[in-house]
Design a protein around this ligand. Structure first.
Ligand SMILES: *Cc1c(COP(=O)(O)O)cnc(C)c1O
Length: 451
């Protein structure tokens, strides 16, 4: 069969509030052309992020009812711990309220002035938590990872030569750990191969350095390995996931992605001494070690989410449905970051609106056009987000992130049709000017005016 169906039926529905183009025009103006400032109920298809926006299964909701809310040693903690241990093999499992809480604890322990942390590409919260301690965060993704049209199968891989050079220049004593983000979110959701994880591991061994994963999308990464890496086709995703975790000394995870929950996170550690210190910080700022800032019901939902996310019919649907959106956009002539990643499609806004210079925010112009035309909410990843220091970033992108198990194929067909229509009339898109902005992280609150 050619058609890959959604591997679920729908038991609970949430109505979408329809709006007219005229209403959206007014909403856009009232929000200063910034879609972070509109109400979610005014959005038809919300592709702002895949973080915490997924739909839980009936078994996850059943877990919510089963949640044991005892302060210490709750039954739900043991259900959660055993499931994470089964999937990852880690001895020390710390629950946190989300990914950045794990990052804060880890880097408070190993960061500090003079330290350097290499990664393929640091996610913004990871970088911020490293830099907050006075350490430096360095990105070492391979060159193909920075070229939108390159079709390299593992564009999230780390450049091994640059890693070795960095370790030699900095001195291994100044590098507390090396990190790999799977899949590479900041680089377009591109995967890292098992071979690259092994090779990075070998370099780390040579210099006595621990290797950590930022494993938010570990299951999507494992599925890409199964699809694309020679010799991995006949192995199960569970085995590949286990290989990925067996190669590393620790991991930070946001369960709002492949954990299939709306809130939650994890810190995984092998080293007993580091784990003991992390437990102390966890208790200080998150909660006791058997709940870490979450309710017992959240732990139950996470345990079930980590089980469901390694199911291969789910992953086939997930990766294929994202690729479907990307391929149809390419067919329509829209340039995207190729090949399609796991959780999102990134449109090249410079290619989409060549008549709008970076100083007039082509990505933001496209984001506004998609909302005005069809009620779709996407996010600009270009000069608005990263150009506040006066240096425009190399790419002007618009990200369409796909929430997990939320939208059906007809929703995605609507998105494809809408983007095709906006593309056909792209000459009418107008650049923007900022009328007010805060001193930092302006993309959340800046207000614009159309030129
Ligand atoms: C989302 C994300 C994080 C941070 O997780 P939060 O749950 O949002 O705090 C860290 N790294 C990557 C790669 C992510 O995608």
């Amino acid at each position: 069969m050619k058609t890959i169906i959604e591997p679920f039926r729908i038991k609970v529905v949430e109505p979408i509030r329809m709006t007219t183009r005229r209403q959206r025009e007014q909403i856009l103006r009232d929000a200063g052309f910034n879609l972070f400032l509109i109400r979610a109920e005014d959005v038809l298809i919300d592709l702002l992020t895949d973080s915490g926006t997924g739909a839980m299964s009936s078994l996850q909701w059943a877990g919510i009812m089963r949640g044991d809310e005892s302060y210490a040693g709750a039954k739900s903690w043991y259900v959660f711990r055993d499931k994470i241990r089964e999937i990852t093999g880690f001895a020390h499992i710390l629950p946190t309220h989300q990914g950045r809480a794990s990052e804060r604890i880890l880097f408070e322990l190993v960061g500090g002035p003079g330290k350097v942390v290499p990664n393929n590409s640091h996610f913004d919260t990871t970088r911020a938590n490293i830099e907050h301690t006075g350490a430096r965060a360095i990105d070492l993704v391979i060159d193909e990872g920075k070229q939108p049209a390159s079709r390299h199968p593992f564009k999230g891989n780390m450049d091994l030569e640059r890693l070795e050079n960095l370790i030699r220049e900095t001195g291994p004593q100044n590098i507390p750990l090396v990190m790999l983000t799977v899949t590479n979110n900041s680089g377009g959701g591109q995967p890292v191969s098992l071979e690259n994880i092994r090779a990075v591991r070998a370099v780390c061994r040579n210099y006595g350095l621990p290797l950590f994963l930022d494993a938010c999308r570990f299951a999507e990464n494992a599925y890409f390995i199964k699809l694309r890496e020679p010799g991995q086709q006949d192995r199960s995703v569970r085995e590949i996931v286990r290989d990925m975790f067996d190669l590393v000394d620790g991991a930070t995870i946001s369960a709002k992605k492949d954990g299939l929950v709306n809130i939650g996170g994890l810190l995984l550690l092998r080293d007993d001494h580091l784990a003991q210190k992390a437990d102390e910080l966890l208790i200080l700022t998150e909660g006791f070690v058997t709940y870490g800032g979450l309710a017992g019901r959240d732990l139950e939902a996470m345990a079930q989410g980590f089980e469901e996310v390694v199911h291969e019919d789910y992953l086939q649907y997930r990766v294929r449905s994202t690729a479907y959106l990307g391929e149809r956009l390419l067919d329509a002539g829209v340039q995207i970051v190729e090949p399609p990643g796991g959780h999102a499609i990134y449109i090249d806004a410079k290619h989409f609106c060549p008549h709008i210079p970076p100083a007039q925010f082509p990505g933001q112009a496209l984001v506004c056009a998609l909302y005005r035309h069809a009620g779709i909410r996407a996010v600009e990843i270009g000069s608005v987000m990263f150009g506040q220091d006066g240096n425009p970033p190399p790419m002007e992108l618009v990200r369409l992130a796909i929430p997990r198990r939320v939208y059906t194929q007809s929703h995605i067909d609507y998105v494809i049709e809408a983007i095709g229509e906006v593309f056909a009339n792209r000459g009418t898109l107008r650049g923007l000017r900022i009328v007010s902005e805060p001193p930092a992280l302006r993309h959340f609150t800046a207000r614009f005016e159309e030129l």
